[in-house]
Write a protein that binds this ligand. Sequence first.
Ligand code: GLN
Ligand code: ZN
Length: 777
Amino acid sequence: MTLAHISGYPRIGANRELKRAVEAYWQGDLDRQALEAEGRELRARHWQAQREAGLDLVTVGDFAFYDQVLNVSTLLGAVPPRFAAEEEVARGDVDLDTTFRMARGRAPSGESAAACEMTKYFDTNYHYLVPELREGQAFQLASTRLFDEVKEARDAGYPVKVVLTGPLTWLWLGKVRSEEGQGGDRAGGFDRLSLLESILPVYGEVLTRLARLGVEWVQLDEPALVQDLPREWKQAFEAGYNVLRSSPVKLLVASYFGGLGDNLRLAVNLPVDGLHIDVVRAPEQLASVIDNLPGYKVLSVGAIDGRNVWRADLAALRERLASARMRLGERLWLAPSCSLLHVPVDLAAETGPGSKLDPELTSWLAFARQKLDETVTLARLLDNRATDEDRARLEDATRALDARRASPRIHKAAVAERLARATKADTARASAYGERAQAQRRALDLPLFPTTTIGSFPQTTEIRAARRAYKAGELSRDDYDARMREEIADAVVRQEALGLDMLVHGEAERNDMVEYFGEQLDGFVFTRNGWVQSYGSRCVKPPVIVGDVTRRAAMTVRWSEHAQSLTDRPMKGMLTGPVTMLQWSFVRDDQPRSATCRQIALALRDEVADLEAAGIPAIQIDEPALREGLPLRRAEWQPYLGWAVECFQLTAAVAGDATQVHTHMCYSEFNDIIDAIAALDADVITIETSRSDMELLDAFRNFAYPNEIGPGVYDIHSPNIPDVAWMVRLMEKAAERIPAERLWVNPDCGLKTRGWAEVEPALSNMVEAARQLRQQY
Ligand code: GLN
Ligand code: ZN
């Protein structure tokens, strides 16, 4: 019998109950007991869903009030001293508020302290709390939560499998923090791998306690196995699991988000009882893993897509997995490719009155709850023990997917034709940067050290209220438009008064930089309740790209045109780039990501042309997600960057020489992709640099980056007003690296999360800094 299980279930709840409870607790509107009760309730509901669907094991350990990696950190006693006294850790029961302080810096009890760093989990949009590591750090079992949850599940009568981040991946995700409190890998030349020895005994203790609670299987998540591992890390995997092999539970090592590649032999030979692999991202590895798998091991095949929302092709999967079933027999387990944390909870919320998706669309999709059913049905199909319900599910899926493949909503001949016609020439501006720069200088007449902002201005409560009223039908479209035009006019007046050189319209009309464009492009659809956890209590509702992308009409022109009509200063149009649109959406699985991205690029290209025709002299194409789209394996970087850069160019290159193309990226590591950044050939790139003391510009200097750069001179994440001398000093440092004629002065990122009371004095100081710089240079 093929055993069906999952690596994890979304914990937010079908109606984001967890978000509400946690936020109410932080606010002081819900007490601890009630919060804990809500957690128990959600766990119970999610286990019940797994059992009802027919999974053989329910998964415990995937629940967290904030983050599952953080939970492992507290389990291991890896609590930096600024959050908890030694006694609290020594007591073996770190308080929930301590966990919240680690995550957010503050909690209803305890003293505030700088929160731990947060970053994206592998190539997902889920953020985890980075384990903080120190030389000589001690570890000890310091939380009982996991065991309590196991007891809950056992008391409810469920067969339990526990899931935990494995020791190597936990360390891999960690960062060394030096004594001065400065994070980063620069700290102290100490190798975090040296901590493994002290961590393993704690894992050992955890496993022993789980065995005592009657747990037979523990899944240790080791997605680090799908990345390029240095030799010492490969050896550490072997050594580490050699230590854990003596534990009294069975271990399933789980890889996901990609193929094992050169770690395949290492992974199949680890001294454990089972291995989980992702055959959605890496279907080709199935046969070779089976060829190499020791005869005593279980293979959990991740065949249902845990990263995307499409309904599984059960018939095709049954065929593809038939030989695995034959070769492995009872040793085959079946699961989604990774935790279902990365998909919305339940498609049931997308049907019925008020739903945003029609029945045809929903018939093409599967969310977490539906993926449980798919997993179970597929297991039973492979075993030849399908029920009538399974057979009906199989037929439904086949019918829906046939319809999807043939649907005119998916394939539009005009899009394919246009893509086929696009040539290399469409990706190059008419002239080289040098010539363009001259044309732009004539057209724009900007001073040295021109000042600008990144696009958005404060999204005030009035703006949000107006949008809500408009969406609820309480405000007419005309009235809403009029309100937004007033906001734009207000932003223009303020910018002129501040003395900024290149203005923006302020993005008042945008709720979200992807949603705003997605709503106006055919091929994108939106769900009503398709929330996915992003970090802590924060959830996002990514659009779904279902079909060929086309632009119905101009999307931003009327706003930019209005803004430009109010001022003699140059106005910068504002677009979200194709790679970011792709990266922050659920994408089609029936064509390569690159093809979808090219379609978006062509649609945006028309917007660039229209903005230019409307007299907008500069156009910014934001690509904050370009870097996070990098594949997990180095060898795949170049192909990705190749098409990503090409898509940006395809969007931008329609602009005439005198139109200044800007781009913006708000991450801070350019060294290893600087050639791709240069290949974008944007006339101006604005980047986040203020917190790095301009050291990030070294990458640009070393590469002899030829175009203009606006290194952010102040951190918009902080409410502090930056002072003039500080910004002047930063720009002097910038000018040591980049010629002054090619430098811009701007904040690190958009200002939509700030208030005008902070924005105005900050920008006023920034403009003064530029004025002083002009006298100096
Ligand atoms: N133009 C966008 C803004 O200013 C850019 C946001 C971003 O970089 N994430 O808000
Ligand atoms: Zn930014």
